[in-house]
Write a protein that binds this ligand. Structure first.
Ligand code: FES
Length: 173
């Protein structure tokens, strides 16, 4: 039996993106000379609405912007802030670039994995958190750094993790 795809908030993923998004993306396509210029923002908007970008929505955005599926998939896959697989309500992006490594991100990663009961790249059983690596967040002077949703944290120490995760879990419920 096929399991229905879910948005990040747990709702059933709609077959098609909402009409208001279709309208906005269509308008963006008219104003951008190159569809590639519009597609990153269009995909970001779809992701903001549904949590991640499923195959059906990717195809729909490609059709609206007159792009090939291969072309838009290449863009979506290249940018690691665009999610092509289901994610939890909170996406934790942990920087694994050099400044954060030097400043002790390994200990933060271990504590995060232990606290959440997941490995890097996985989502918690309750669907609350997805833990992903990311290249430099541009927050190197506050290394080790991580981002949850749109919020930057740093410098983060292993002993900070319990409070940060508990606070995010409380805020999401
Ligand atoms: S190296 Fe981690 S934020 Fe730049």
């Amino acid at each position: 039996m096929l399991t229905a795809e879910r948005t990040a908030s747990g709702a059933e993923m709609p077959d098609r993106i909402a009409d208001d998004l279709v309208h906005t993306i269509t308008e963006m396509g008219h104003h951008d000379v190159l569809p590639r210029g519009a597609c990153i923002e269009a995909l970001r908007m779809v992701q903001e609405r549904y949590g991640w970008i499923c195959d059906r929505h990717l195809k729909q955005v490609a059709d609206i912007l007159g792009m090939s599926l291969a072309d838009i998939d290449g863009v979506a896959t290249y940018f690691n802030l665009l999610f092509r697989k289901p994610v939890g309500k909170n996406v934790i992006m942990l920087c694994d670039s050099v400044s954060c490594w030097v400043m002790g991100v390994d200990g933060v990663r271990e504590k995060l994995c232990r606290k959440l009961g997941v490995s890097m790249g996985q989502t918690t059983q309750d669907g609350e958190f997805t833990l992903l690596p990311i290249v430099c967040l541009g927050h190197c002077d506050h290394a080790p750094a991580m981002m949850i949703g749109k919020d930057l944290y740093g410098p983060v120490r292993p002993e900070d993790i319990d409070a940060i995760i508990d606070e995010r879990r409380g805020a999401a419920s």
